[in-house]
Design a protein around this ligand. Structure first.
Ligand SMILES: [Zn+2]
Length: 331
């Protein structure tokens, strides 16, 4: 997994390539146009020389700068006008002589002033997704595809709502979460396997990514494996570990899917507390999904962790019959 600096460097190279490519395309378009209308080439040369011409005249004795500027502007307008007419006479668009941009907002630099352009944020996210292998899933899943047919409309155990009503309520809450984002809210999705938790995580990730947010999506095993590598691998430089920490804290949304499936150690428990606590303090949203019950969570993690989870997270608990099994047996 590359660090943010590496990804960043790679992206800057990509922008470079885009600009070179666009400049090359412009050159080709010009060549073709100038072959077809040779006068256009002359006009371009004259326009390019106007600046030097002006500078030379300014240096002459008794030069009147205002007059010179006005005269040259006239000349420039006349040349531009002629060019426009020539293009129009052959039904060519004036755009053919302009540099094209993939992103007009930042002119393919990735920055607007010192701010990152939305296109850069998207590219950054794209790269991160390539690395966490969830792109394919995210492409397929969408709030509109949430299928309520698999949730029973009959009473379920001691619950007051049917699985169907409950799923609808959770679904609406997840949509509100993305609509009101970023509000610093945290969601804890619980319930057995095959009830739609991961699906909902994917939908939220997709929705917020499309709005240009930085979403970091990791299964709990991916997260802890990575953290362990960072801590215990002596070959890793500190810089990379620092960047990773920063990533975990700074992403607009951190999704930890399937908490409890990681190989749990004192280390994972400490790290989990640190991440959750830091993000709560920084008012940065998290979505955590888990198959573990409240009791299992309390047994697996320290009180410090569970008190954060139960105190700061909005609990969305799924129940009902396993959808994957229903699909498999054609129910
Ligand atoms: Zn841009």
């Amino acid at each position: 997994m590359a660090t943010r600096t590496e990804i960043f460097r790679e992206l800057m190279r990509e922008y470079d390539m885009i600009r070179t490519e666009k400049a090359g395309e412009l050159r080709q378009r010009k060549e073709a146009l100038y072959t077809s209308i040779p006068r256009l080439a002359e006009i371009e040369r004259s326009l390019a020389l106007l600046g030097t011409k002006m500078a030379r005249r300014m240096l002459m004795r008794g030069a009147n700068p205002e007059e010179i500027v006005a005269e040259l502007r006239l000349e420039q307008n006349a040349l531009e006008m002629e060019r426009q007419e020539l293009l129009a006479s052959k039904q060519f668009s004036p755009k053919l002589l302009e540099l094209e941009y993939e992103c007009a907002a930042c002119q393919d630099t990735g920055f607007i002033g010192t701010e990152r352009c939305l296109c850069l944020k998207k590219r950054l996210m794209d790269k991160m997704y390539d690395q966490s292998n969830v792109r394919k899933i995210i492409e397929m899943e969408h709030f509109d595809h949430f299928d309520f047919r698999y949730y029973s409309k009959e009473a379920w155990q001691n619950e007051t709502k049917t699985p169907f009503e409950n799923a609808q309520k959770i679904y609406a809450r997840a949509i509100r979460f993305t609509e009101e984002f970023p509000k610093g809210e945290h969601l804890l999705l619980t319930g057995g396997t095959g009830l739609g938790k991961t699906f909902l995580c994917n939908c939220m990730a997709k929705e917020l990514l499309e709005k240009g947010n930085m979403v970091l999506y990791l299964t709990s095993s991916q997260l802890f494996k990575k953290l362990e590598e960072q801590r215990f691998n002596k070959n890793n430089d500190d810089e990379e570990a620092k960047e990773w920490d920063q990533e975990l804290l700074e992403a607009d949304l951190l999704i930890i899917d399937d908490l409890g499936t990681e190989f749990s150690t004192v280390f994972t428990a400490t790290e989990l507390f640190r991440i959750v606590n830091d993000r709560i303090l920084a008012n940065k949203s998290m979505v955590i999904s888990t198959n573990l019950s409240m009791e299992e969570l309390m047994n697996s993690y320290s009180d410090r962790v569970t008190s954060r989870l139960f105190g700061e997270f909005i609990l969305l608990h799924f129940y009902g019959e396993d959808i994957r099994l229903q699909k498999k047996f054609g129910k």
